[in-house]
Design a protein around this ligand. Sequence first.
Ligand SMILES: [Cu+2]
Length: 138
Amino acid sequence: MKTTGVLVLAVTLTVASRRHVAWDGMVLGVGGSKIRGEVEMVAGKVAGTTAVEVSYARDAAGAVRPWHVHVGSCAKGGPVLGAASAYPVLRVDAKGAAEGKATLRLALPDSGSYYVNIHESAAAMSKIVACGDLLLEE
Ligand SMILES: [Cu+2]
């Protein structure tokens, strides 16, 4: 019986340390862009990593868009979360849709404020075409 108790405790601790935390948000066009989509940020498959997925529609076919999750909010701005190089550019398809994934070398945050933004182009990083604040879902 003692062994069973230890086992139950071990299982309970394992489950407790794997809280299902996810960050979700809507991606919405800024300044006349009609972009509409979603972003999700969850723990990566490898411990200590974070996986981000973004997908959206209603953009200009053929556009190539840099994007990142940033610390802060669409309203206030803030620095890129992780390395900017971890976010492969989005390539908008013929129907105006795009999707991308990034793996960040940091553990999924369980607090703070984050947002995703889509930049006009590598040559016009300061122009934001879409943005979305992330909300913590537990
Ligand atoms: Cu950015």
